[in-house]
Design a protein around this ligand. Structure first.
Ligand code: IMP
Ligand code: MG
Length: 182
């Protein structure tokens, strides 16, 4: 595919960081793990909008478990290139998850505050278990005590865009991941 090494979004420059083929190989691996580990379960995937839309689509196509369900929720915490830590629920959960295996589908775990908040929120509905799949994670940025069951690609502590992730609304459509140039 024809991809640019450098792009400009709003006032910032970004350079190619992780290409689509590498991401897809990781999604294959995560899907395989989930299909093996959750065999016999009828999981509900809880996709965290907006950023996880692309990962969710790629992942769910590879899930072969019977009676798989998908629900979207939306929370917001980012403003520009920094996590505010102040989490707002914009679109709530509209499916019963009690006694069900839930798989949270996240684009990226940065501080872990969103995931921490979500875990607490979902636990209140008494699911059978909560698993977490995150395509990207920044270990040096995580401040909350959280665990990622199906972790994708480890990133440096820099702001990234593409593959669903945005910089103030731009960049979500890019198949590859880009990192901000300083
Ligand atoms: P948290 O800091 O782990 O709570 O991250 C919250 C959310 O902010 C993530 O689920 C992403 O949607 C978004 N986010 C975190 N890091 C980045 C980034 O580097 N680029 C774009 N969005 C990000
Ligand atoms: Mg997210």
């Amino acid at each position: 595919m024809d991809r640019k090494e450098k792009i400009r979004l709003h006032d910032r420059e970004f350079r190619l960081y992780v290409d689509e083929a590498t991401i897809n190989a990781e999604v294959d691996r995560i899907a395989k793990e989930i299909n093996e580990e959750l065999k016999g379960e009828k999981p509900i995937f809880v996709s965290v909008l907006n950023g996880a839309f692309m990962f969710t689509s790629d992942l769910l196509k590879r899930i072969t478990l019977d009676d798989t369900q998908l629900v979207f929720i939306r929370i917001a915490s980012y403003d520009g290139v920094a996590s505010t830590g102040d989490i707002k629920e914009v679109l709530g959960l509209n499916m019963k998850i009690s006694d069900r295996t839930v798989v949270v589908v996240e684009d990226i775990v940065d501080t872990g505050k969103s995931l921490h908040y979500l875990n607490g929120m979902l636990k209140a509905y008494k699911p059978k278990q909560i698993k977490v799949a995150a395509l990207f994670y920044k270990p040096d940025s995580i401040v909350e005590d959280i665990s990622i069951d199906y972790a994708g690609i480890k990133l440096e502590n820099d702001f990234v865009v593409g593959h669903g992730l945005d910089y103030n609304g731009l960049g979500r459509n890019l198949p590859d991941l880009y990192v901000v140039c300083d």
